[in-house]
Design a protein around this ligand. Structure first.
Ligand SMILES: Cc1cc2nc3c(=O)[nH]c(=O)nc-3n(C[C@H](O)[C@H](O)[C@H](O)COP(=O)(O)OP(=O)(O)OC[C@H]3O[C@@H](n4cnc5c(N)ncnc54)[C@H](O)[C@@H]3O)c2cc1C
Length: 425
């Protein structure tokens, strides 16, 4: 056991988690490192932000997931440096101590972070990348409604305007979920017509929504969102963000106390130091087997990696790609240990989906199969339930969705203490 090679994986996201699981039973020691002690199911973050689900329904404790895997260990900490010459990492633990971790094989699966695209003060906006972001946004939404209801904020000042920057899947899903929250749940919880003052604005710089989908799906999403009262702005880009709202390049100002930035991502800064080429979004260019050409003992997988499929297309930054890459690297490590040649990664595209609010979604599958509306929404529900990790999470989510569907009531609407502040000095 002691002389078995050590595979260090940084990142307990979709890629890292699936790799670590696939290494069970292999003659290696697996050490997983993450800055959180849990895995987050990011596709459902918008439901935590809009009070449909509790945070713990979409997160799993890493040690609990791997409790039965004998060759597994976990370290809670933040990777700060890779010394590929000495084959070791420096990891900062939660008390600020620096520990060194040696590896035989290193797999970086650190994902991406929000890219504010150089827009002044956009960093002040709300984001939706992790569980903390989702809880922060949920608190903000609830706080704004409570303050207006209490007469402490003027609804005409942008207090109930929610501007979402970025018309990709996350922006569309969030806009749809916000309009459901305000139109169904808050309409009954805040009497007196408060919701009539709400405004959801979705801003996209390109001329259509959901550019990763077929143009018809983007047009469908736009029609539906507009029907639900969302103000969709296409071909408009943001020049400036501050606490009062944002300014568009065309000169228009939108007063909004809540600006949510979901317009771009870039690979985590740390991957900039990886000795390999990088794409514009900071993704590390890897070889066909997902290892670095000059350092074959280092692999990069998931959103942080750039690899082209056999038809010359850059693999998208999606959960199924990350899952398949994690499993692929496990197979390659197995082959290396047996002295076999490396195999190239090939992404098996099984389709993409996005919700647009209650009862409606878009689902696209290979060979041009497209579904819109209720059938796509049912497929989306089923798939996400299957993909969630752990029986407890699946049953919690199923219960919350059922309750929400039947009663139109989003149950996870607790505002955490940070939402309550004392009077200004
Ligand atoms: C809001 C949202 C909605 C999405 N919806 C969908 C969807 O509907 N369908 C879909 O297919 N995809 C969706 N995605 C994309 C999908 O979540 C990603 O493609 C997937 O998570 C990538 O997996 P990963 O393992 O590469 O990275 P991640 O899942 O992001 O995991 C990276 C891990 O690395 C850790 N980490 C990062 N840096 C360090 C460090 N320095 N030290 C220690 N740990 C570190 C992080 O804590 C994290 O646990 C969505 C993403 C977001 C943000």
């Amino acid at each position: 056991m002691a002389d078995e090679p050590v595979v260090v994986i940084v990142g307990a996201g979709f890629a890292g988690l699936n790799l670590a699981k696939s290494l069970a039973g292999m003659p290696v020691r697996v050490q997983l490192i993450d800055r959180h002690n849990y895995h987050t199911f990011q596709p459902l973050l918008y439901q935590v932000a809009t009070g449909v689900l509790e945070a713990n329904s979409i997160a799993n404790n890493v040690r609990s997931i791997f409790r039965d895997q004998k060759n597994f260990s976990f370290t809670l900490g933040e990777l700060s440096r890779v010394d590929h010459g000495k084959r070791c990492l420096q990891v900062v633990t939660t008390n600020g101590a620096l520990v060194e971790v040696a590896y035989d094989f290193l797999v970086l699966a650190t994902g991406v972070e929000t890219d504010f695209l150089g827009i002044a003060d956009a960093g002040e906006a709300f984001t939706l990348k992790g569980l903390d972001d989702a809880i922060r946004l949920r608190n903000q939404i609830l706080r704004q409604f409570e303050l207006v209801d209490a007469g402490a904020l003027d609804p005409q000042s942008g207090a109930l305007t929610f501007a979402i920057v970025g018309g990709g899947a996350t922006g569309v899903e969030l806009a749809g979920a916000m309009s459901d929250l305000f139109g169904y749940t808050f309409a009954r919880q805040f009497p007196g017509g408060l919701v009539r003052n709400t405004r959801v604005v979705l801003i996209e710089a390109l001329p259509r929504l959901l550019t990763a989908f077929h143009p018809e799906s983007g047009a469908y999403a736009r029609r539906l969102l507009e029907k639900r009262g969302v103000d969709v702005r296409l071909g408009e880009s943001v020049e400036h963000v501050d606490e009062n709202g944002l300014k568009l390049r065309g000169g228009e100002t939108i007063e909004a106390h809540t600006v949510v930035w979901v317009a771009g991502v870039r690979a985590a800064q740390l991957t900039d130091t990886v000795p390999a080429g990088h794409t514009k979004g900071g993704r590390v260019v890897v070889g066909p087997d997902l290892s670095l050409r000059r350092h074959p003992d280092i692999f990069v997988i998931g959103d942080a990696a750039a690899v082209w499929d056999q038809r010359g297309r850059l693999c998208p930054q999606l959960a199924p790609v990350a899952v398949q890459q994690g499993r692929h690297v496990a197979r390659q490590l197995d082959r290396r240990l047996q002295g076999l040649e490396a195999e190239a990664f090939n992404y098996a595209d099984r389709g993409t989906m996005s919700t647009i609010g209650r009862n409606t979604a878009i689902a696209e599958f290979p060979l041009g199969m497209r579904f819109h509306g209720y059938p796509a929404w049912s497929m989306w529900l089923g798939l996400h339930l299957i993909e969630l990790i752990g029986f407890r999470n699946r049953s919690n989510v199923l219960l919350d969705w059922g309750w929400n569907y039947l009663t139109h009531h989003q149950g996870a609407g607790l505002m955490q203490c940070e939402g309550l502040r004392g009077p200004a000095a």
